[in-house]
Design a protein around this ligand. Sequence first.
Ligand code: GLA
Length: 380
Amino acid sequence: MRETVIANARRSYEAAFAVPPRWITCTPGRVNLIGEHTDYNDGFVLPLAIDRHLAVAAGPTTSTMAEWRSDDFDDLLRLNFSIENSPIPGHWANHALGVLTLLQRRFGPVPPFNLHVCSEIPVGAGLSSSAALEVSIATLLEQIIGRVLDPLEKATLCQKAEHEFAGTPCGLMDQLAVTMGRVDHAMLIDCRSNHLQYVSLPSPSEVALLLIDTGVRRSLAEGSYSERRRCCHETAASMGLKSLRDATPQLVERSTLDAAQRKIALHVVAENMRTVLAAEALIRNDLAEVGRLMFASHDSLRDLFEVSWPEADMLVRTARKIGPRGGIFGARMTGGGFGGCVIALCRTEVLPEIERDLQIAFTAEFDRPCGISTVNAVDA
Ligand code: GLA
């Protein structure tokens, strides 16, 4: 809960630095309903900010060495504040350091501050803990320097920090979702124009969004994400297109792509269509159609884009067996892939039975439980 994370950040800061923090900022994580690996192809995504938060408590320091700490990691960062900073290989604080550095390049030096990060967004679970940290730091810096950035500009600065300091060439979806999320709504984002349309979600008393954590963790920087992104760009270039957003099934059929490129292109083309259709279906409250599109998205991420993992495949298979008659409209992996979570759109009245059946099936196959909870759309 937001209040709990904020209280924990305050308490941890006081325990570490023996004074209360001067500033506290808090940012949600996100799930993506549909539209995976489309953002960096100028395509469509449909994420929502969720009720899992990360909070940053900070205060000024007169010491030349500021200390940045996190509840999630043992290695604290001792930082000699300067305008230019280099990333520290493998360090959790790179996301924060990147935002500080990029912001200082624009607005000049920021006085040194100590920092403590508390989070209920698991790291590497596909819920955008990195974007939440970046945006929380950007909000903190806005308060410290007394300026408010335009939300798109803020999200873009955080994305650049992720590229330059964390080494992940991500799209803009995560940073936009956790900057601009709205309670009870998902956001249909056109990642070419960055035009954003809020799409109302069904009432949680009738339809629940179930978050199933497979417990498998991935690191986006490990290479597979960058590799997919590079392949998308090469494929678009070899089709003579600016990006795969401009591809159509007919163009893919007619081009001389190799087998791997063809699969990648077919995923992106169909996923863009599915995302727009899913937003339209949500608007007319056609949950059966949203669910069908979610299942199709997962199949495509498994068979064509090849970023799903066995635990997610198994959960989606089980969800499909339960199906709309058993209360599951659709399910799919969410986020970059190779680990993390599955989301399922479910009828709220049968949630206990659904949770039980998924848990029994998962435990039988993997000999350990998965994490099951519901998530709601919140304001960023
Ligand atoms: C990660 C990236 C996003 C997006 C997704 C896949 O979450 O940060 O930009 O590319 O993967 O849809």
